[in-house]
Design a protein around this ligand. Structure first.
Ligand code: SAM
Length: 281
């Protein structure tokens, strides 16, 4: 008998992966967490019925959420990741030798524990000596922080459940305050394609635009997320993601990254007309 995992990407669209084994299931105080092993995508982390990370395409998401900002400001010393309990974003940050502190604030210890046990490909660098993990709501964590982080990466779930507060204006304002004078915030900015995701994309962009002097979005291709067309927000107090792009100073990264490179950096900010129009409307 065949076993399939099916995700309802919209009311009318389903996406399925053939499953080898259901490895873990758990209900935390915040959400339902599953880990499955699939034939095509390897191990997959699913939260509340939504694919978060797959072994086969996580490199795209995690490289694009970190390397773009580091390409613009290679002197980042203190980094904060909000969410990101699988450890993939932290793993990418640890590849930058001059980062001194990496703080990860994850609301749900069950996600981190399960990732350490079953997803070593993303969680392996959580033990790096520069990394400190705080189990707390990111919303609360940033409230009393001021002028400290050079980068904040909001690696959150969608704006439902515990991730909802991470899409609010007051949270973005607190992030602005917690950043140094040339700080950058990168956030999971949903997808422009299906109406539900596009609505959240617009809401997030319009709020951030009122707070940060520089506010752009850039795209990446994620095979297992709904429609495959997804965006990150790039908000900054000083650096423009293209005008201040240092070029590919990290030559050694050419042998390290599998997705990100100088052309991808520049090209990712070139948005289709329907996305531009929807953002500006
Ligand atoms: N790559 C992912 C995606 O967009 O599908 C995100 C993955 S990561 C696992 C998302 C994490 O954000 C989850 O582990 C969840 O527990 C965490 N999270 C959600 N709301 C949070 C909050 N308010 N504070 C801190 N972490 C939060």
């Amino acid at each position: 008998m065949e076993l399939w995992y099916t995700e309802n990407q919209t009311e009318n669209v389903k996406f399925s992966m053939k499953v080898k084994e259901h490895i873990f299931t758990g209900q935390s105080d915040f959400q339902k967490i599953d880990i499955i092993d699939t034939y095509e995508f390897g191990r997959v982390l699913v939260i509340d019925g939504w694919t978060m990370v797959t072994e086969k395409d996580e490199f795209i998401y995690h490289e694009m959420i970190t390397h773009v900002a580091l390409g613009v400001n290679p002197n980042i010393k203190r980094a904060l990741v909000i969410g990101g309990g699988d450890g993939g974003t932290v793993r990418e940050l640890t590849s930058f030798k001059n980062i001194e502190e990496i703080h990860m604030v994850e609301i749900d210890p069950v996600v981190v524990e399960a990732s350490i046990k079953y997803l070593p490909f993303t969680s392996s660098k959580l033990s790096d000596e520069r990394v400190k993990v705080f189990y707390q709501d990111g919303l609360e964590y940033v409230k009393d922080k001021e002028d400290y982080y050079d980068i904040i990466i909001v690696d959150s779930t969608d704006p439902i459940g515990p991730g909802e507060g991470l899409f609010t204006e007051s949270f973005y304002k607190d992030c602005f305050k917690a950043l140094t004078k040339d700080g950058i915030m990168v956030n999971q900015c949903e997808s422009p394609y299906y109406p539900n995701n596009a609505r959240e994309m617009k809401r997030s962009y319009s709020k951030i635009k009122n707070i940060f002097p520089i506010c752009e979005v850039y795209q990446y291709n994620m095979p297992t997320y709904a429609s495959g067309h997804w965006l990150f927000g790039f908000a900054s107090k000083k650096y423009h993601p293209l005008k201040d792009f240092k070029g590919f100073e990290f030559k050694e990264k050419l042998n390290y990254t599998k997705y990100y490179n100088e052309d991808i950096h520049r090209g990712a900010f070139a948005l289709p007309n329907y996305v531009k129009n929807n953002l500006e409307k």
